[in-house]
Design a protein around this ligand. Structure first.
Ligand code: MLT
Length: 348
């Protein structure tokens, strides 16, 4: 019996990944579950350890969700399927992790949807400001055929399979310059966006000097003043200690940010039907656990960030909604007016 163990993957650039793939993947990339003898991993009774990439650290809601997934995998497979978590994007930035899953050099990863619009344009929908009213609205959409269709497109076009629509939650702005009450206060602030054209347009419409930047670089950029502002959900802001380098928190709640748990489609397809079912079941069980942890942390962390010294403002959201109208004029036709309307008016 061959015992397989998929080992850690170091943070290579995409070109390196492609090179590795072209050359046969290198030792680690080729130690996957493809079974040249024809038998599936499950038939051969092999143990598999999946590496999982997370942007956030231990104790974060992402970690709670991934741990629940790992525990269920282990339970449902009688200990044969396990995971190894790699926190704080130690396997690479979010876009690199998606690229890695698409060529099967990274097994499983969470990323926010920010970089996914670069793979499948429809994912830019999640960057459209003020599209979702609340968590129930977002869950109703994600758990409907709209979520299924988006997942199918990502699988088809990028070779990445969504296992569960986990989340980062609603995002808010922080900065080191001044308290924000209206978009006028954002004028000319150097703002970091995710690697998404829609986000760059949104924060330009709001008056900032907006530049995209990969997640692992953001803390240092804020610390060194290369960037003065960023936006993320409260648990993320707390997890990465942005309060050390940002004085002001504005409760802008401008987008709902999913953070799907995803897997290399190539890897998933190489597994037995039974193992595939175990993975999907484990992800389904972990999903509400992760969402609950995310909501609970979001509730607690406004006060915790204030306790860390951040000045919290509750800006005039109507002024923010009006300022981002040009983003809808430009992007709704490209993403699809129909789907945007369907999401906006979704009954829940
Ligand atoms: C980001 O701002 O790049 C992400 O929200 C980070 C994350 O997924 O936690």
């Amino acid at each position: 019996m061959k015992k397989m163990k998929r080992n850690g993957f170091l943070a290579f650039g995409f070109s390196t990944l492609l090179l590795l793939a072209a050359c046969g993947g290198g030792e680690e990339a080729s130690s996957g579950t493809d079974n040249p003898e024809g038998g599936s991993a499950e038939q051969a009774g092999e143990s598999i350890q999946f590496d999982v990439s997370l942007p956030l650290g231990p104790g974060s809601h992402q970690d709670v969700g991934v741990q629940a997934f790992g525990e269920e995998l282990e339970r449902l497979s009688d200990g044969r399927l396990t995971i190894k978590s790699h926190h704080n994007n130690s396997l690479g930035g979010e876009r690199e992790v998606v690229e890695g899953m698409s060529i099967n050099s990274i097994d499983i990863g969470i990323t926010s949807t920010g970089p996914l619009g670069g793979f499948v344009q429809e994912f830019f929908m999640f960057d459209m400001p003020y599209l979702f009213n609340d968590y129930d609205h977002a869950y109703a959409v994600l758990d409907s055929e709209i979520g299924e269709e988006l997942a199918a497109k990502l699988e088809e076009q990028a070779g990445v399979k969504i296992l569960a629509w986990m989340e980062n939650g609603f995002r808010h702005e922080t900065n080191s310059v001044r308290p924000i009450h209206s978009p006028d206060d954002l004028k000319d602030i150097k703002h970091r966006t995710q690697e998404s054209e829609v986000q760059v347009d949104t924060w330009t419409a709001l008056g900032t000097n907006a530049t995209p930047m990969a997640w692992p670089e953001v803390y240092t950029a804020l610390q060194q003043g290369v960037m003065e502002s960023q936006e993320n959900p409260l648990p993320t802001i707390y997890d990465v200690k942005f309060f050390e380098v940002q004085d002001y928190l504005a409760m802008t709640q401008h987008v709902y940010s999913p953070a799907p748990l995803m897997m290399s489609k190539q890897l998933f397809d190489s597994l037995s039907a039974e193992d595939q079912a175990i993975i999907m079941e484990a992800a389904e069980i972990a999903l509400p656990i992760q969402r609950e942890a995310s909501q609970q942390q979001a509730e607690e962390m406004k006060q915790m960030l204030a306790d860390e010294g951040m000045e919290v403002t509750e800006p005039d959201l109507e002024a923010f909604k009006a300022a981002v109208e040009p983003v809808y004029e430009k992007w709704a036709p490209q993403i699809g007016e129909d789907v945007i309307d369907q999401v906006r008016n979704f009954e829940y």
